[in-house]
Design a protein around this ligand. Structure first.
Ligand SMILES: Cc1cc2nc3c(=O)[nH]c(=O)nc-3n(C[C@H](O)[C@H](O)[C@H](O)COP(=O)(O)OP(=O)(O)OC[C@H]3O[C@@H](n4cnc5c(N)ncnc54)[C@H](O)[C@@H]3O)c2cc1C
Length: 396
C-alpha cells in the first residue's frame, strides 16, 4: 500500500490500515520534511508562541511504515489492478493507493512578498514578523484571516484586515451572520475594511482595486486553498476541484470506481449520501475520521463515510464552532443574544436541524451535531430558548 501525502489524513490512513490488520508493505511519501503534524495550532498556539511542535502522536516503529519525507509524487500510472506512483525518490508500485495530498493556499497577483499559512515553516516565519508596532495587513476575513488577526493584535501589531466581501466569514456563514463578528475586530483594535478587493501585493504593502495603497511590514494572504491534484493529471482518475470519490471514498476512472484507489482529506470531493451531493470539506475532523473508511475500503470491507461536517475556529478570544450544512435551509433562529454574550444560530428545515453555529456554547454544538447525525426532529419553538438544552428539544 502506498499513501501519498503526510498530513493528518495520510497518517490516519496508515494507522487505520494497520489497525484493521493489514500486514503487508506500507510506504508514506510526503513533500514535507517533517513527520505528519497538525495544522490547526499553526494559526493559534504556534503563532502565539505557545507551541512550536505539533507533530501527530504516532508510533512509527509499531506502524512499520517506510517514511519517504521531503519527496514528492509527480505522476500516477494505473494498471488494470494496482499501478505505480512516480516520485522524486523513484517509482513506487502499489496494490492499493491512498491519495491524501491536501491543499495549498491561493496567492494574489503582484511582485511583493506575501505570507501564507499552511506549513510549520510558514507559521514560524510569520511569527517572527508579529512584533509590537508591526504593520500587518491580512487579506481575507475568513477563518484563517481572523485567527491571524487575533495573534497579530495580541503581539501588539497594527493590524488591518482587508476583505472583498461585505462582511467577515461571508462565504462560510452568509454576510448577515458574518457581520456579527465585525465588532470583534474593532474590540481587538483591528481595522476591518470590507468591500475592498486587492489588485496586487507590492513591495512594502498592497494596492486595492480602487487604487488605494496600504503600507505594510507584512502582508498575509488568507483567501482560500486549492487541492493538490496536479500530480494526478494524465492518470485517468476523475478529478474536478478535488479527486472525485463515491461514499466509500473510492476514486474513479470515467465514472467507474477503482477499489484500489481512495482519496481523503482536503484533496477529496466525496459523495455524501446524507446530503445527496459531493462535499469537499477542508476541515480537520474530516481528515481525522474519513481515513478509517478509506482503509476499510482498500481492504475490501464494506464502508461508507457519511459524517455531518464539523469545524471550529478560535478567534478574538471566542470559540466558534460549526456543524452541518445550511445551504437550502428554510430558516435560521438564534439561541441567546449575540450582542450580550455566548449565542448560537440554528438553521432549520421543518422540524429538522440542518446546521448549527455556536459561539462559546460548545454544548449546543455537541448536542445539535448529535441530533443532526440521528436526523431526529426537534420542537422548533423550544430550540430558541437558550436555557433549554438542545437534547431536551428532541421530539419524543
Ligand atoms: C493554519 C491552519 C489552521 C487550521 N485550523 C483549523 C481549525 O481550527 N479547525 C479545522 O477544522 N480545520 C483547520 N484547518 C484545516 C485542517 O488543518 C485541514 O483540513 C487538514 O490539515 C487537512 O489534512 P490533509 O491531510 O487532508 O492535508 P494536508 O494537511 O494539506 O497534508 C497534505 C500533505 O501532502 C503533501 N503533499 C502535497 N502534494 C504532494 C505530492 N505531490 N507528493 C507528496 N506529498 C504531497 C503536503 O506537503 C502535505 O504535507 C487549518 C488549516 C490550517 C493550514
Amino acid at each position: 500500500m502506498v499513501v501519498v501525502g503526510g498530513g493528518l489524513a495520510g497518517v490516519r490512513a496508515v494507522e487505520a490500515l494497520r489497525a484493521r490488520g493489514f500486514g503487508g508493505g506500507l510506504t508514506l511519501v510526503s513533500a514535507e520534511a517533517h513527520r505528519p503534524y497538525d495544522r490547526p495550532p499553526l494559526s493559534k498556539a504556534v503563532l502565539a508562541g505557545d507551541a512550536d511542535d505539533t507533530a501527530v502522536d504516532a508510533d512509527w516503529d509499531a506502524l512499520r511504515c517506510d517514511l519517504l519525507l521531503g519527496e514528492r509524487a509527480t505522476a500516477l500510472r494505473l494498471d488494470g489492478r494496482g499501478g505505480a506512483v512516480a516520485t522524486t525518490a523513484g517509482e513506487l508500485p502499489f496494490d492499493g493507493l491512498v491519495v491524501a495530498t491536501g491543499a495549498t493556499p491561493v496567492t494574489l497577483p503582484g511582485p511583493g512578498r506575501q505570507h501564507v499559512l499552511r506549513t510549520l515553516e510558514d507559521a514560524r516565519d510569520l511569527r517572527a514578523r508579529l512584533v509590537p508596532g508591526a504593520r500587518v495587513v491580512i487579506v481575507g476575513a475568513g477563518w484563517i484571516g481572523a485567527e491571524v488577526a487575533t495573534a497579530a493584535a495580541r503581539k501588539g501589531g497594527r493590524v488591518t484586515v482587508v476583505e472583498a466581501g461585505p462582511a467577515p466569514l461571508g462565504h462560510a456563514l452568509g454576510a448577515e451572520l458574518g457581520a456579527r463578528t465585525a465588532p470583534w475586530y474593532a474590540e481587538a483594535g483591528v481595522e476591518l475594511r470590507t468591500g475592498a478587493g486587492v489588485a496586487s501585493v507590492e513591495d512594502g504593502g498592497l494596492l486595492l482595486a480602487d487604487g488605494t495603497r496600504i503600507d505594510a511590514d507584512a502582508v498575509v494572504t488568507g483567501v482560500g486553498v486549492r487541492p493538490n491534484v496536479g500530480w494526478l493529471s494524465g492518470s485517468g482518475l476523475d478529478v474536478e476541484r478535488g479527486v472525485l470519490t463515491d461514499s466509500a471514498l473510492r476514486a474513479s476512472v470515467d465514472g467507474t470506481a477503482r477499489p484500489d484507489v481512495v482519496a481523503v482529506g482536503d484533496c477529496a470531493a466525496w459523495w455524501s449520501r446524507r446530503y445527496g451531493r459531493r462535499l469537499l470539506v477542508e476541515h480537520w475532523d474530516t481528515a481525522l475520521n474519513a481515513p478509517e473508511t478509506a482503509a476499510a475500503t482498500l481492504l475490501g470491507e464494506a464502508a461508507e463515510y457519511d459524517a455531518v461536517p464539523y469545524f471550529w475556529s478560535e478567534q478574538f478570544g471566542r470559540m466558534v464552532q460549526y456543524a452541518g450544512r445550511h445551504e437550502g435551509a428554510e430558516r435560521r433562529v438564534d439561541r441567546g443574544d449575540p450582542a450580550a454574550g455566548p449565542w448560537s444560530a440554528l438553521w432549520l428545515t421543518g422540524d429538522r436541524i440542518d446546521a448549527v453555529l455556536a459561539v462559546d456554547r460548545p454544548r449546543d454544538l455537541v448536542q445539535a451535531r448529535k441530533i443532526m447525525t440521528t436526523g431526529a426532529a426537534v420542537d422548533s419553538e423550544k430550540v430558541t430558548d437558550p436555557n433549554i438544552p438542545l437534547r431536551q428539544c428532541v421530539r419524543a
